[in-house]
Design a protein around this ligand. Structure first.
Ligand code: ZN
Ligand code: ZN
Length: 165
């Protein structure tokens, strides 16, 4: 189907995203290539600022306005999903063509976001029935807790928590 070589592991989201953007009439450009590449390389969601930070680290710096523009184009074409973790920051994650999806657990202390999969949760959500008149499109589950690092810090006396190893 795609003229490009298959990606390792069968992932071809970047090629699919590039083609879909072009078909929708969006011009290709450096910012678009960088955003698509950053999302493709990430196992989980990124904010516009994180895309910008990673683009700088990769020596292909793009501006935050360009990052937002491309992220919103991708979102309007259903190539990414926008995730709201309740901290007022929009995060974006590539929607895998094979339908693989995960949920997120957020550390209430340090804000770390970790993806997780739970097949029982997934089947319960698929079986959930919507109120009359509603048709369900998607679901997001965000769990909150303390990561291993922050849980450990809470158990230590304050002096030990800040002392060097
Ligand atoms: Zn994720
Ligand atoms: Zn934490």
């Amino acid at each position: 189907m795609s003229p490009s070589a298959p990606c390792p592991g069968g992932r071809s989201w970047a090629a699919h995203a590039g083609e879909t953007l072009s078909r929708a009439g969006h011009r290709s450009g450096a910012a678009r290539a960088v955003v698509v590449q950053m999302l493709d390389a990430s196992a989980c969601c990124l904010s516009a600022q994180e895309v910008v930070d990673r683009s700088r680290a990769a020596q292909h710096p793009i501006g935050v306005a360009s990052a937002y523009r491309v992220l919103e184009q991708l979102h309007s074409l259903h190539l990414v999903r926008r995730i709201d973790l309740g901290d007022g920051l929009a995060r974006y994650e590539a929607l895998s063509p094979d339908g693989e999806r995960h949920h997120h657990v957020v550390c209430v202390e340090c804000g770390r976001v970790v993806p997780f999969e739970d097949h029982r949760l997934e089947s319960a959500l698929s079986a959930a029935s919507a109120p009359p008149g509603f048709s369900l499109i998607e679901h997001d589950v965000v769990l909150r807790g303390r990561c291993a690092h922050c849980s450990r810090d809470l158990l230590l006396p304050p002096a030990q928590a800040v002392s060097p190893a």
